[in-house]
Design a protein around this ligand. Sequence first.
Ligand SMILES: Nc1ncnc2c1ncn2[C@@H]1O[C@H](COP(=O)(O)OP(=O)(O)OP(=O)(O)O)[C@@H](O)[C@H]1O
Length: 300
Amino acid sequence: MAIIEVDGLRKSYAGRPVVDGISFAVEAGEIFGILGPNGAGKTTTAECVEGLREPDSGTVRVAGLDPAADRDRLTRVLGAQLQDAQLQPKITVREALELHAACYPDPADWQALAERLGLTERFGTRFAALSGGQQQRLFIALALIGNPQVVVLDELTTGLDPRARRDTWQLIEEVRASGVTVVLVTHFTEEAQRLCDRVAVLDRGQVVALDAPSGLINRSPASVVMSFVPRGGLDAAELAAMPGAASATSQGDRLVVNGTDETVESVLSLLARRGIAARELRVTDATLDEAFLALTGSEH
Ligand SMILES: Nc1ncnc2c1ncn2[C@@H]1O[C@H](COP(=O)(O)OP(=O)(O)OP(=O)(O)O)[C@@H](O)[C@H]1O
């Protein structure tokens, strides 16, 4: 059952369309990713779902509610952590939790929530003195404090070190395991691949692909990555011209070609025909990163 339905969403700023006819549906209980390069329209889309922006056209429904018209009822269904969110620097963790809990008619038990998110030892700590990872945990707690069915997390792990990012990923999985649907707005392909059941890839205000991460990788023009150090004359341009090759680069002595199984076979027979030995040969499945670059044609 879809808990969020977005249909033909459009939004322009000063006549410039930044969300240009987006449609998708989020199933209850899934972790749904909105992935795209900077400026793709991810946050604007999320803000229309959160009722913070009114669409120019198209419809948005969250648990049957129109977010723009029904903000009061929406806050009981949807919790949000906003991109670049900030709190008063001097507010303590306890004060922030108590204050936000008081805003809801039927809030979660904030002490239990804090316990679950590992914040109990930080009750007396002021917001400004928390580490980046602790601040993000507090924002997750605040997004969950109204007992929502859906939580929208926008660029939650930007700026976190690798360990704090992994801890946050685990928390997101726990949130989903507790029955909350998660919408994750991100430009990190690794995050989307690791966490999301399905991902809508946005580029220039449009959904360019929507599938499970493995589906996006499999149907991308670059599902396999082959790399090796050739002993002899061979360059990236030749590899880029191989059947099925999506791209090829040289990285120092190493040649890297993204393509398909057919590309790998063709490169191996080329090496054999020319009698070129290949050292440190590696063939791996592409990651969502390669699929993302192929889908959006953009670096990020
Ligand atoms: N209030 C606004 N007024 C004018 N332009 C805006 C406004 N908000 C966003 N934009 C522009 O709209 C485009 C899409 O922005 P949006 O924040 O939705 O994209 P995004 O995919 O979330 O990007 P990022 O990853 O950089 O946050 C950008 O070019 C941005 O500069």
